[in-house]
Design a protein around this ligand. Structure first.
Ligand SMILES: C[S@@+](CC[C@H](N)C(=O)[O-])C[C@H]1O[C@@H](n2cnc3c(N)ncnc32)[C@H](O)[C@@H]1O
Length: 385
């Protein structure tokens, strides 16, 4: 992603960057998921945090704005989206308090964010902490303070949304995820990252080692484009899986070419987080957990392929659990980040197995079952011959 030139306007006091379609999609999904996360965690915790690791400029303009010469659209960046959502949830009494920490390297962007917050008159109960600096050092300072004070970190959602890969270290991601109730949405800048994979410069290679958390990625140096993409995503995911239970890479293509722009990696220690993030993607992407660009049209071949994939999935589950009794929630724990199927789709696929006598279901909470599965239900899989 290239660095944007900020645009000035006469009708608003802040600057903007040009809005790209995949950025709009990122904001839609993030803006839908964050309030879900905040309200769920807000039921059990008085204090919550949101950390925006790469704050950006805070606002975007469209082609229409450019044509009219006025910034009339209200397309805000992640720090402002989150502040507006926090403000809304506080007013609705869905959360008590959420603090926000915004890290941004460029002084002008920090200043612009403050101007937007003042302009929109955003007031939240918690602290808005702006830090002009580098993500990795600021985050580690933040975590050092928590560790030194012996206090527990309140549930914290981290958005890590850089232009490239520098300054992101797997060790820091691991440190964040070692805290209770943390989640990360991380932009794995594939289009930028793949360009330098074959570079011989050891300095660059070392940056990649820190990013991936190992040097296995170096095996991809000679690989073909398609193979390379799948491998690099797998290596990054596998390394995250060493310390995080649920890791799902959401692919975002370029709006107008059939090529990956980036992946948003979602890291959560709870299956529900993964499931809800998939739902959030699906909500804006025709039921799919990826952004396929603006002109994408699904073909008949694709729907046949999807049907086959679903049948394969059912077969795999029946073999995996053959002759076993397992809680419904554990099926989700095992499979939610291993498939692109949504939780509702998995449910829909397994339901007919009961009628076909390939499974029997016992209510785990002593209730009278009326069909469907809930977390505590036990599923008995008939032994496969
Ligand atoms: C992709 S933009 C963030 C966009 C923002 N999340 C949004 O939704 O509008 C990346 C931002 O990170 C800033 N940046 C670059 N390197 C940084 C670093 N090491 N630490 C913190 N911020 C950095 C850039 O100045 C830029 O504003």
């Amino acid at each position: 992603m290239k660095k944007e030139l900020p645009k000035n306007w006469a009708n608003v006091p802040y600057k903007t960057w040009k809005y790209e379609k995949q950025t709009e999609m990122k904001h839609k999904v993030f803006g839908y998921y964050l309030p879900l996360w905040l309200s769920i965690l807000g039921r059990y915790h008085k204090n919550l945090n949101f950390v925006d690791g790469f704050g950006g400029i805070g606002s975007y303009h469209t082609d229409e704005d450019e044509k009219s010469g006025k910034c009339l659209s209200r397309n805000f960046g992640s720090p402002i989206i989150s502040l507006l959502e926090i403000f809304k949830l506080e007013s609705l009494k869905k959360i008590s308090k959420a603090n926000i920490l915004i890290i941004e390297k460029e002084k002008e962007n920090v200043a612009n964010l403050k101007i937007i917050v003042d302009f929109l008159k955003i007031k939240i109960t918690g602290v808005i902490d702006y830090r002009e600096g580098n993500f990795d050092s600021e985050i580690n300072k933040f975590l050092d303070t928590i560790d030194a004070s012996d206090s527990k970190l309140a549930p914290t959602f981290f958005l890590i949304d850089p232009f490239g890969i520098a300054e992101i270290k797997m060790a820091t991601i691991k440190r964040i995820m070692s805290k209770k109730n943390t989640e990360i949405l991380l932009n794995f800048m594939y289009n930028c990252l793949q360009r330098w994979v074959a570079h011989p410069d050891e300095k660059i290679n070392k940056i990649y080692d820190e990013y991936f958390g190992s040097d296995i990625w170096r095996n991809c140096k000679g690989k073909k484009l398609y193979e390379k993409e799948a491998e690099l995503v797998k290596i990054f995911r596998d390394n995250c899986k060493n310390f995080c239970k649920f890791v799902y890479p959401f692919r975002l293509r370029f709006p107008h070419k059939d090529q990956t722009y980036y992946y948003l990696f979602h890291l959560s220690q709870h299956y529900k987080g993964c499931s809800l993030m998939k739902d959030s993607f699906a909500k804006f992407n025709d039921g799919k957990s990826e952004y396929r660009g603006e002109n994408y049209k699904s073909s008949l071949f694709e729907s046949m392929e999807a049907k086959e994939k679903k049948e394969e999935f059912v077969k795999k589950i029946c073999i995996f659990y053959s002759g076993k009794k397992i809680k419904w929630v554990d099926i989700l724990n095992n499979f939610i980040d291993e498939t692109d199927l949504l939780e509702s789709e998995i449910k829909k696929l397994l339901k007919p197995l009961e009628k076909d006598k390939r499974i029997t279901v016992q209510a785990g909470d002593g209730r009278m079952r009326r069909g469907g599965f809930i977390e505590s239900d036990y599923i008995n899989f008939v032994k496969q011959s």
